[in-house]
Design a binder for this molecule. Sequence first.
Ligand code: E4P
Length: 284
Amino acid sequence: MKIFIDSAEVDEIKKYSGIIDGVTTNPTLLRIAVEKRKEVKLKDYIAEICEIAGKGRPVSLEVASVLPEKMISEAEYLYRNFNGIAGNVVVKIPISVGSFGSSIDGLKVIKEISGKGIPVNATLIMTPSQAFLAAKAGASYVSPFVGRVDDYIRKKLGISFGKEDYYDSSAVQEYKKLKLSEAKMIEDAFKLYDLEGNSGVLSGVDLVEKIKRSFENYGIRTEIIAASIRNVRQVYQIMIVGPQIVTLPAYVLEDMIKHPKTEEGVKIFYEDAEKSGYRELFEG
Ligand code: E4P
């Protein structure tokens, strides 16, 4: 599984270069990065991201508009202006633009842009059917938003949560089993089956699994980028599901490395290397 960094922070991308296999940005991440810098020219800043990521490490850059003609011209602009730097630009296009335009617009743009040979990352994927349509339209990547699907389900279930909290969907499945034995009418049982209110998608991780299985059914080669990852437990589960790529914010990457027993072990070994004179061996 490849690991991308989900960041528009040049310093973070630099810090992890050599470790990461690509970069995903979005307009929110760019806003946060630019707000910290007073005099930054966005064009130069994006060019720097592409350069740091380097050849062979894709950088997803998102369109900014919601009308099809504008999305197409922005996708072409991004590719024309930044792909020359390291040949790594992938244009991010929302699968659907919903209430801002026709819901089919995103899909049409994906088809048109992919048809021009520009690699597309279909973003804001929340269902297996959206992923399937994006792949059929020619997207090179689909980005299911794991964390945001968990947010949506938790809201439906009335569970309060913080952005980085892990959502344990297995607990909900246990609750369903328990309640099922108490159901008096078949209607109650049916209601329980879609307690999450997400058409059978049980969690963000489950979404990635369902997309992966449906792509395998049809030999679809579009790569899956598990996105909107908020904590390490999600990463472990994603590793078991096995999409080609996961994109992670820097803090999740940091948390993947840390463990109190590792830190304690390093400290003890360091001190014992001192006490035994072992470290002196290396000091000539
Ligand atoms: C994906 O490519 C997006 O940039 C990102 O993963 C969204 O994450 P969020 O839901 O934590 O904002």
